[in-house]
Design a protein around this ligand. Structure first.
Ligand code: S3P
Length: 425
């Protein structure tokens, strides 16, 4: 993929459906009684992996244009898969499904691509084992493939060492099959889409500060689910609209759940001109985002805000490289265990473009300046890294090429088309 500098970006865009919410809609719809209609579902490779896993467990799922119909069979309606459940590149699929599989009456195997096979799974193996689950890393290296023999589960109050919605959701989902109320306490609140959607379908999940609790054996009932636009996909257009001169972009119907929208605050701290229009606070809150070119300055990104912008840190690093002054990112060690080691991969590739950037154990220090040049970027098959550099390519001098640029299919198959649709002619 080759990207050139452009003069301005103008227009309106509806970004694809939220990835986290699309996964959950298929999973919880499969465990509900009746047919769940999901509108604005994200047809990225990760969410298609989730669909295929549930189809292998006997759930009929039809995909139409922008809609998906899940014919749920209730909490105990899954059947034993006759083959390995292939999660592809998706950590969310792996960790959330593991929580569901732990309490089934059958055994199963979860496996995925090379990236998945190197991501840490002890963070779910430990709490699930404490609930009485029989879950093993086949190679005994704490990674997938995971072998799960379903068991009766005990309720648990788990204090998680990481603020991770995947860990929290895994335990809450296992808690649906446990013998009492299951609780998870996190160091900082992570995204709460699981709690919101399970309650919407009839479960009893309560939140008290950073503790979420679920009652066992909920009777989930199918309901229509409208997936908001993904703020993590909107992030690339927010950055592009701010950085490319003379730009004005309207991003329609973007999810702005406070556990996800830390990027908006950081952008404003950097001097961004972002206006929220048509705010809607029902269920998952949404708004239209009006983005205008802005002169950005450096900032410090650390502490409690990190989980609410964890997936946006790669694009925030790009913004920082073009901003005036220094940006420091701290407490973001979780970035090292995403689809790639995002601290290393961002630092390595931004340095190739001439950025003054220093890698630290839990983040990076970026001395911004406008004079970056094109380079040949290796995103290590990480979709968010590829999209972040596509934005960098719109502003730097010379041509920027991205190796394996099609890896954006994981979360945003039409990314390049949408980006160029905003190019002023
Ligand atoms: C996700 C949670 C986050 C995020 C990932 C999606 C989810 O991961 O990075 O892209 O849908 O629950 P962690 O929970 O591991 O931080």
């Amino acid at each position: 993929m080759e990207i050139q500098k452009i003069r301005s970006l103008k227009g309106e865009l509806a970004v694809p459906g939220d990835k986290s919410i699309s996964h959950r809609a298929v999973m919880f719809g499969s465990l509900a009684e009746g047919t769940t209609r999901i509108t604005h579902f994200l047809k990225g490779a990760d969410c298609l992996s989730t669909i295929s896993c549930f189809q292998k467990m006997g759930i009929s799922i039809e995909t139409k244009e922008d809609e998906v119909f899940v014919h749920g069979k209730g909490l105990h309606g899954l059947s034993a898969p006759s083959e390995v459940l292939d999660v592809g590149n998706s950590g969310t699929t792996t960790r959330l499904i593991a929580g569901i599989l732990a309490g089934q009456k059958f055994s199963s195997v979860l496996n995925g691509d090379a990236s998945i096979q190197s991501r840490p799974m002890n963070r779910i193996i430990t709490p699930l084992s404490q609930m009485g689950a029989d879950i093993k890393s086949q190679k005994e290296n704490g990674c997938a493939p995971l072998l799960i023999q379903g068991q009766p589960l005990r309720a648990l109050h788990y204090t998680s060492p990481v603020a991770s919605a995947q860990v929290k959701s895994c335990i809450l989902l296992a808690g649906m099959y446990a013998d009492g109320i299951t609780r998870v306490t996190e160091p900082v609140l992570s995204r709460n889409h699981t709690e919101i959607m399970l309650n919407y379908l009839g479960a009893h999940v309560t939140a008290d500060g950073t503790t979420s609790s679920i009652e066992p054996e909920p009777s989930l009932q199918a309901r229509d689910i409208l997936v908001p636009g993904d703020i993590s996909s909107a992030a690339y257009f927010i950055a592009a609209g701010l950085l490319v001169p003379n730009s004005e972009i309207l991003l329609k119907n973007v999810g702005i759940n406070p556990t996800r929208s830390g990027m908006l605050k950081v952008c404003r701290d950097m001097g961004a001109d972002i206006t929220l229009l048509n705010e809607c606070q029902e269920g998952e809150p949404t708004a239209d985002l009006l983005i205008r070119s802005s002169s950005l300055h450096g900032t410090i990104i650390e502490g409690e805000i990190i989980p609410s912008l964890i997936d946006e840190l790669p694009i925030l690093a790009v913004m920082a490289a073009f901003a005036n002054g220094t940006t420091i990112i701290r407490n973001a060690q979780e970035l090292r265990v995403k689809e790639s080691d995002r601290i290393q991969v961002m630092c390595e590739n931004l340095a190739l473009m001439g950025a003054d950037i220093q890698e630290t154990e839990d983040g990076m220090i970026i001395h911004g300046g406008p004079s970056l040049h094109g380079a040949c970027i290796h995103p290590r098959l990480d979709h968010r890294v590829a999209m972040s550099f596509a934005v960098a390519g719109l502003i730097c001098e010379g041509t920027l090429s991205i190796l394996d640029g099609e890896c954006v299919n994981i979360s945003y198959p039409d990314f390049y088309r949408d980006l160029y649709s905003l190019k002023e002619r």
